[in-house]
Write a protein that binds this ligand. Structure first.
Ligand SMILES: [Zn+2]
Length: 110
């Protein structure tokens, strides 16, 4: 879909997606932080389950739980952050710019 520049009517326009990129990065960090909490819980659950298998099971269960908790938190945070950033891009920032005249503008998709 081509979006026309409101100033010069050129269709050489592009999106900046600052919000989406920032949101994704912030979300990943926030998600990873939340993931650490999840990792601790995961480690605890893993270690508890691992008790059945003895000391080695506790170690393996704890590590597996920690990794899973961290990864899931980071991935979920990135997705959430990107989604939030996209909304900010579309509604708050002038997400589009014209490559012909350099004009920045927002395009509200109906
Ligand atoms: Zn233009």
């Amino acid at each position: 879909m081509k979006i026309e520049c409101p100033r010069c009517q050129s269709d050489l326009t592009d999106t900046k997606n600052y919000g989406k990129k920032t949101g994704g990065a912030v979300g990943t960090v926030a998600g990873a932080a939340a993931g650490v909490a999840g990792a601790l819980t995961g480690a605890e659950i893993g270690a508890t389950v691992g008790i059945i298998a003895g000391p080695l099971g506790i170690a393996i269960g704890g590590i597996t739980g920690a990794i899973l908790g961290g990864l899931l938190g980071g991935a979920a945070g990135c997705a959430t952050g990107s989604a939030v950033g996209e909304v900010i891009d579309e509604n708050v920032l002038d997400n589009h710019y014209c490559r012909t005249c350099g004009h920045s503008f927002s395009h509200k998709s109906s």
